[in-house]
Design a protein around this ligand. Structure first.
Ligand code: ARG
Length: 569
C-alpha cells in the first residue's frame, strides 16, 4: 500500500536536503479535508533553512516533483503546504491491499521478536466474580489481541487472587455454617454466601476474624486437610469463571496466581534484606519510600505474614526470569495506582530498573449507573458478571422475538449481540473515565454501541448476498469511488493499522472502538446517499467492493475488541 507520509517526505527531502524521517514526523492530517489530505507546516523548517515559512512553502511547491499517482495538487496557505492526493490511486491502493490481506489487513510485524506480557482479569477467587472485574477482563483481553495482531509474542496472565485471608474466611465460614447452605447442589453460590455472611458477622464478632486468621495460617503452613479444601475451592472457582471467560472470549496462557508465589516469598524477602532495603517499623518489615513521597511498602506484617505487595514483588521477579518481556502490562483498577508505584519503586531499588521501565500499570475507572452510583457496591448484593451477561442476552432475545418472531438462530445471535453490547460499552470511552452502565444506552441499535456496529456489518454482508457475488478486484473501476462519502471511508480504511498502533501505544482500546463507530457511521452515510445495488454494473462493482472492505475491517476490529460478529440480524 502506498505510504503517503513517506512519499511526501521523500519528495520534500529531495527539494530541501533535510532528513526524510524528520520531515515525515511533521506531516499532519488537516481536520477538514478541504484543506488537503495532508498538510506540511513549513515553520518547522524555518530554523534549518533560515527563511520565512511562506517562502519555504512556495519554494517547495515550485520544485517538488508532482507525480500524478500520488500527489495531485499542492496549495500554499501561509506557511503551510496543503497536499491533495490522487483519490483514484487511494481507492486502488487501499482496496488492492484488502484483497491481498483480507482479515489480516491492518496487522503488522512491528512487534516481531518482542514479547508483550499482559496481566488481566485476575479475580479474587472465593469472592464473587462480579461486574467490577468486567473492565480488566475486557480491556486486557482487547490489548492482548491487539498486540498479537501487531506481531508481538503475547502472553496473557490471569494472576488469580487465590491466596490470602479471604480463604481463611471461607474455610472458617464453611466449618460454621456448612449445613445452612446447599453445598451439594450450588457449591459456588454457597461459598459466596458464606463469604458475604462472614464479612457481615465478623463486624460484630471479632472472634470470627481470629478464626479466619487461624485457618489461613494453617493453610500457609500447609496443613493437608485445609490445603485440600483450598485446592477444591480454587478448582471450582476457575470452573465457574470459565463460563464467563467463554462468553467474553477471554484467553489466558497462565493462571499462576498469588498462591503460586507462596514459596518464592522467602527468597524475595532475603534478597531485600541482603540489599539493605528492609527496615523494621512497628513490628513490620517495610521498605521506606519516604524519599519518593510514598508511604512505606510493607513486605512482612507485624503478624509475620506476607501480603499482596510481597507477592507482587516475587511475581515480578519471576516474570523477569520467565518471560524476558519487552512490555509487562498490569490491567488493574485505578485504586491500585499507589500499590503499583510502590512495587515498581521497590524493584527499582533492588536493581531491576531496566525491567521496571518496561512495566506499565493500565488503570481504569469504575462502573457506575446513570446517576453516577457505583454498581455492585451495595453490601451483600454483588452483581455477578455472568448474570449480567445472561441478562443482556435475554434482553436481545426479547428484542428479536418482538421484531422478527420467525428468526432462526435466535439464541446464537442474541449471544453475540448481547455480549458484544456489554464489551463495547466497556471499551467505547477512554478507560480512565467511569463507565456508565445503562441498559437502554448500551443496547440501542442506533447509538454508538456494539449492536450498531454489528448491524452495519450485517448490512455489508446482506448487500453482498443480495448482489450474489463479491466483485473481482481486477475489475474494479476506481473512478467510480470518488464521491466524498466513499473517499471518507477509503481514508478510514487506510488508517486502520495506524489506529491499532496508536491503541497499543496508549494501551487504549477505546481508540479502536471509536474508530469502528466512525467507520460504521461513514458507511451508513454512504449507504444512505448512494445506491449500491444499481443498474450500472461498474458503479455497483466498485461500491460493493467498498462494502466488502468495510465489512472486513468491522469484523477484524470488533473481534480484536473481543466481540463476535453475527452474519445475520
Ligand atoms: N486480584 C486483584 C484484585 O482483584 C487484582 C490483581 C492485580 N494485579 C497485580 N499484579 N496485583 O483486585
Amino acid at each position: 500500500m502506498i505510504n503517503y507520509k513517506e512519499e511526501i517526505a521523500t519528495k520534500i527531502a529531495k527539494v530541501t536536503n533535510l532528513n526524510k524521517q524528520e520531515l515525515e514526523q511533521y506531516i499532519e492530517v488537516p481536520p477538514n479535508s478541504d484543506l488537503g489530505d495532508y498538510a506540511f507546516p513549513c515553520f518547522k523548517l524555518a530554523k534549518d533553512l533560515r527563511k520565512a515559512p511562506p517562502i519555504i512553502a512556495n519554494e517547495i511547491k515550485e520544485n517538488i516533483e508532482i507525480d500524478n499517482n500520488i500527489i495531485e495538487r499542492i496549495d500554499v496557505v501561509g506557511g503551510y503546504l496543503n497536499i491533495f492526493i490522487n483519490k483514484k490511486e487511494l481507492a486502488k491502493t487501499v482496496l488492492e491491499e484488502i484483497s491481498k490481506q483480507k482479515e489480516k489487513y491492518g496487522s503488522s510485524n512491528i512487534g516481531e521478536g518482542k514479547t508483550a506480557v499482559i496481566e488481566y482479569s485476575s479475580p479474587n477467587i472465593a469472592k464473587p466474580f462480579h461486574i467490577g472485574h468486567l473492565r480488566t477482563t475486557v480491556i486486557g483481553g482487547a490489548l492482548y489481541k491487539i498486540y498479537n495482531f501487531l506481531g508481538y509474542n503475547t502472553i496473557g496472565l490471569n494472576y488469580l487472587g487465590d491466596w490470602g485471608l479471604q480463604f481463611g474466611k471461607v474455610i472458617a465460614g464453611i466449618s460454621l455454617w456448612k449445613n445452612e447452605y446447599d453445598f451439594e447442589n450450588d457449591e459456588m453460590g454457597s461459598i459466596l454466601k458464606t463469604y458475604i455472611r462472614f464479612n457481615q458477622e465478623e463486624k460484630e464478632k471479632p472472634e470470627l476474624t481470629e478464626m479466619a486468621r487461624d485457618s489461613f495460617k494453617k493453610l500457609e503452613k500447609g496443613e493437608p486437610e485445609i490445603v485440600k479444601q483450598w485446592e477444591h475451592i480454587r478448582k471450582i472457582s476457575i470452573e465457574n469463571y470459565s463460563r464467563t471467560y467463554k462468553l467474553l472470549n477471554s484467553k489466558f496462557d497462565s493462571y499462576d496466581g498469588e498462591a503460586y508465589y507462596n514459596d518464592k516469598m522467602t527468597p524475595i524477602i532475603e534478597e531485600l534484606k541482603a540489599k539493605g532495603l528492609l527496615k523494621e517499623s512497628q513490628g513490620a518489615q517495610v521498605v521506606d519510600l519516604e524519599e519518593y513521597d510514598m508511604p512505606p511498602c510493607i513486605v512482612v506484617t507485624s503478624a509475620g505474614t506476607t501480603i499482596y505487595a510481597t507477592r507482587d514483588l516475587a511475581a515480578l521477579k519471576d516474570r523477569i526470569n520467565r518471560y524476558n518481556f519487552d512490555k509487562l502490562i498490569y490491567v488493574a483498577g485505578s485504586e491500585q495506582q499507589l500499590h503499583f508505584k510502590q512495587v515498581f519503586k521497590v524493584m527499582e531499588l533492588m536493581g531491576y530498573g531496566d525491567y521496571v521501565a518496561k512495566c506499565t500499570h493500565v488503570p481504569f475507572g469504575l462502573i457506575v449507573d446513570k446517576d453516577g452510583e457505583k454498581i455492585g457496591s451495595r453490601k451483600g448484593n454483588s452483581v455477578f458478571l455472568e448474570d449480567i451477561l445472561n441478562e443482556s442476552i435475554d434482553k436481545v432475545k426479547d428484542i428479536i422475538k418482538e421484531k422478527n418472531p420467525d428468526f432462526e438462530d435466535r439464541d446464537e445471535i442474541a449471544r453475540k449481540v448481547g455480549v458484544g453490547a456489554i464489551i463495547f460499552n466497556d471499551l467505547s470511552n477512554s478507560r480512565i473515565k467511569d463507565e456508565i452502565f445503562d441498559w437502554d444506552m448500551l443496547l440501542n441499535f442506533q447509538g454508538e454501541t456494539g449492536p450498531y456496529i454489528q448491524y452495519i456489518y450485517v448490512r455489508t454482508r446482506s448487500l453482498l448476498n443480495k448482489a450474489g457475488y463479491i466483485p473481482q478486484i481486477q475489475e474494479i473501476d476506481y473512478s467510480k469511488l470518488q464521491e466524498k462519502e466513499a473517499i471518507n471511508i477509503l481514508k478510514l480504511i487506510y488508517t486502520f493499522n495506524e489506529v491499532l498502533q496508536n491503541a497499543a501505544d496508549k494501551n487504549e482500546p477505546s481508540i479502536l472502538a471509536r474508530y469502528l463507530i466512525d467507520l460504521s457511521q461513514s458507511f451508513s452515510t454512504f449507504y444512505n446517499e448512494h445506491k449500491i445495488i444499481t443498474e450500472d454494473k461498474f458503479v455497483q462493482g466498485a461500491r460493493l467492493y467498498l462494502s466488502y472492505a468495510v465489512g472486513i475491517i468491522l469484523k477484524t476490529g470488533a473481534e480484536l475488541l473481543g466481540m463476535e460478529m453475527p452474519e445475520r440480524m
